[in-house]
Design a protein around this ligand. Structure first.
Ligand SMILES: Cc1cc2nc3c(=O)[nH]c(=O)nc-3n(C[C@H](O)[C@H](O)[C@H](O)COP(=O)(O)O)c2cc1C
Ligand SMILES: CCCCC(=O)C(=O)O
Length: 423
């Protein structure tokens, strides 16, 4: 009997799920997903803006740190759990909001929600999902779910969405603030990305006032009387945002390319307004903070929390990797509001390092999409299990038994010449 089989049986005998011997790491999950996704989806999910250097650095930044493990500490009882949005989360890991999950698997966001419920992990739901926010809320039950929001220039759409989110028991709104314009994603442009039939940007189909709005999503039904016209509008506006020639006010049907980027967003007008709309049921967080200055402003405008994010390297290429931006943001906000982080997290040790540098919680984007493409709900569960198991192992081998024990004392920074510095 091979060692891997033995390992599998030992996991099973403890009542844990058996290993998937074809997929033991997030890297392997990425490879499996690559084979299962069509080119348009693979390019849309995996690419970063411009040369993709920020996308790459989000992951490689973790390699600048090494762990200082402590020993002889009785780590037989490790508690990886934390509390987020008033609920227990079994690990300090959540599923970041990513758009259009039906591209990866027909069950899309519903499969992700069921996996999050099973794994007891919080889910971020994109406004631009291919399932409605109500259906996702039903699928996740009373486990934590938050709604990512693109605040549209057309406030009415956003108002309705917020109302629906409250009713569906979303715990918070994550306002995405790093998309005043759409980042330049060259593969998306070259592929002339469109959501294929029969999928729809589900939240705005239910919300639409007319058949025109319903059919004008990417992948519009050709049976609509004005489908051809809308199709044309869609690709024209996509082009307009990508080449930066002009900004049209986003009137008409809600599409990703016309409505998500909002160049008018600002602290003074929009945060107060959003807090009013969300109170008292839902918290307001800002997702896409990259500097101490903006962390101070977030505290000043009394948001409930921050997600340090560069949108997975899909917006401003050349921006700092999120892990590199984290320390100054933690210094500005720690103890005042919670600081979460996303971008490039591919190992349990990455989660440990982000927490050691002061993050309270991490969110994971692409690996979940890869899990979805690999095996739907089961694949997302596998993704979450790999990261959770690795994180628990890291905690134990580093000599920590509680998430709160993880501090910068457990890390050193190592530069390119091998010089090691304590933090
Ligand atoms: C395919 C894709 C779609 C995304 N869609 C959204 C979205 O709708 N709203 C949002 O705020 N962020 C979106 N993001 C950004 C993620 O929430 C998150 O910031 C990022 O994926 C984290 O980096 P990671 O993929 O390296 O984990 C998207 C990311 C990807 C890869
Ligand atoms: C305007 C983009 C909407 C989806 C998204 O956030 C992404 O693809 O990164």
């Amino acid at each position: 009997m091979g060692t891997s089989q033995l390992f599998t049986m030992s996991a099973q005998s403890k009542g844990e799920k058996p290993h998937d011997l074809n997929c033991l790491t997030i890297k392997e999950l990425e490879k499996h997903a690559e084979l299962r996704m069509d080119k348009q989806t693979r390019d849309y999910y995996n690419e970063g803006a411009d040369s993709g250097s920020t996308l790459l650095e989000n992951s490689t930044a973790y390699g600048k740190y090494r762990i200082r493990p402590r020993v002889l500490r009785d780590i037989s009882l490790i508690d990886t759990s934390v509390s987020v949005f008033g609920k227990k989360n079994v690990v300090p890991i959540g599923v970041a909001p990513t758009a259009m999950q039906c591209l990866a698997h027909p069950d899309g966001e519903l499969a992700t929600a069921r996996a999050c419920k099973e794994a007891e992990v919080a889910m971020g739901m994109s406004s631009f999902s291919t399932s409605t926010l109500e259906d996702v809320a039903k699928a996740i039950g009373d486990h934590s779910h938050v709604l990512q929001l693109y605040l549209f220039e057309e406030r009415e759409h956003s108002k309705k969405l917020i109302k629906r989110a409250k009713k569906a028991d979303y715990k918070a709104v994550f306002l995405t603030v790093d998309t005043p314009m759409l980042g330049r994603r060259n593969l998306e442009i070259r592929n002339q990305f469109k959501l294929p039939k029969p999928y729809k940007i589900a939240n705005f189909v239910a919300d639409s006032d007319s058949a025109a709005s319903e059919t004008a999503m990417e992948g519009a039904s050709s049976s609509a009387p004005n489908a051809a016209e809308n199709e044309q509008k869609n690709s024209a506006s996509t082009q307009g945002y990508h080449d930066g020639k002009q900004r049209r006010g986003p009137t008409g049907p809600v599409t990703v390319h016309t409505h998500a980027p909002n160049p008018t967003l600002c602290w003074e007008r929009d945060i107060g307004w959003l807090k009013e709309q969300c109170a008292p049921e839902m918290e307001v967080w800002v997702k896409g903070i990259a500097t101490a200055e903006d962390a101070h402003l977030a505290v000043h405008h009394r948001v409930d929390g921050i997600v340090v994010s560069n949108h997975g390297g899909r917006q401003l290429n050349g921006a700092l990797a999120t892990l590199d931006a984290l320390p100054e943001i933690v210094e500005a906000a720690k103890g005042k509001i919670p600081v979460h982080i996303d971008g490039g997290i591919r190992h349990g040790t990455d989660v440990f390092k982000a927490l050691a540098l002061g993050a309270d919680f991490v969110w994971v984007g692409r690996p979940v999409l890869w899990g979805l493409a690999y095996k739907g709900q089961e694949g997302v569960e596998l993704c979450l299990r790999l990261l959770s198991d690795e994180f628990k192992l890291c905690m134990g081998l580093a000599g920590t038994v509680k998430v709160n024990d993880i501090t910068k004392d457990y890390l050193v920074k190592i530069d390119k010449s091998g010089f090691i510095s304590r933090l």
